[in-house]
Ligand binder design. Structure first.
Ligand code: MLT
Length: 309
């Protein structure tokens, strides 16, 4: 009887709105990706994906909420690199990152952009790097909490520049961007998805991209590698998750709706305009997503193992 009930549930899923947890503040890059992809998936599934922002502790509070939710397909998580890095950086997580989730599929990947407040005294990236090296703790760098992409970028910059800045934590780069625009912090790395609209609006200054290569959408900005930060190569990704134990039929239904979104030319074009890209089709299955998550947990353990509390 339980089996039959489960089958009926999977066939009629979803019967009501689905909660999509964004583990960072509204107005940031994760929120932007969630809304874009969520809108398309809502259309495909015939039920609304309702975005709920649960910020704090570098994304681990929102992840914990989803890890302990009923595995019925009605609570999902959009998460990125911080999910993998959190396993190393937060020794007291309430969930085991490697096993607490049912990966649904990879979403997008793209670089971050090194930004400074508009009136920061640096005409180009080489000068900004020089000023950051000399300034050390006098330079304030905003980020979205320990383990977030913007925080990892700041840590990688500190290592590459052999400097220590004053790091300022926010619940997301949305609110951090507001302070960068207001000039109350000096520098931030933000994902291209939210950095590019700000650069187009002229509210902050853009200096370099964090990927090994230049970005088509920001051709004038050098890669950090071109500026003497040898080997600097940071590309971020987002993926969609359900709690572990979610019926495979539901995971497949969600994966199929995600594929529709990522094959939608309007979304592909919108992604390209803000410097990010859908994962290639052959890397978007739940199994490929799980492989990516496990590999990223290992990568960040290697990079950050000496930085855990
Ligand atoms: C956000 O949505 O605020 C970002 O994804 C945070 C980050 O990782 O920098």
């Amino acid at each position: 009887a339980t089996f039959a009930a489960g089958m009926v549930g999977a066939q009629t899923y979803p019967e009501r709105p689905v909660n999509l947890v964004v583990p960072f503040a509204a107005g940031g890059p994760s929120d932007a990706i969630a809304r874009l992809v969520g809108q398309s998936m809502s259309g495909t599934l015939g039920q609304q994906l309702v975005v709920e922002s649960v910020g704090g502790a570098g994304g681990t509070l929102g992840a914990a909420r989803v890890a302990r939710a009923d595995p019925d397909g009605y609570t999902l998580l959009i998460a990125h690199v911080s999910l993998a890095a959190g396993e190393t950086l937060y020794p007291n997580l309430t969930y085991d990152t490697a096993t607490a989730f049912a990966p649904i599929g990879m979403i997008n990947q793209g670089p971050m952009v090194l930004l400074a407040r508009k009136d920061f005294d640096a005409p180009d990236a080489a000068t900004l790097i020089q000023r950051m090296k000399e300034g050390g703790e006098d330079i304030s760098v905003g980020h979205a909490g320990v383990g977030s992409n913007s925080h990892l970028c700041a840590v990688l910059l500190q290592n590459a520049m052999d400097a220590k800045f004053t790091l300022a934590a926010y619940q997301g780069t949305g609110p951090a961007m507001n302070d960068l625009m207001a000039g109350s912090i000096d520098v931030m790395c933000d994902q291209s998805t939210t950095a590019i609209p700000q650069l187009e609006g002229g509210t902050v200054k853009g200096y370099a991209v964090t990927s090994a290569d230049r970005l088509e959408a920001l051709k004038d900005l050098p890669a950090l590698q071109e500026l003497g930060l040898d080997g600097f190569d940071f590309t971020i990704w987002h993926g969609l998750y359900a709690p572990a134990g979610t019926p495979p039929e539901i995971v497949e239904t969600l994966n199929a709706a995600l594929q529709v979104a990522l094959d939608d030319q309007k979304i592909v074009d919108r992604f390209a305009a803000v410097g990010t890209a859908p994962f290639p089709t052959d890397q978007r299955s739940p199994a490929a997503h799980d492989e990516k998550l496990q590999a990223e947990i290992a990568t960040w353990q290697r990079v950050l193992g000496n930085q855990a509390e």
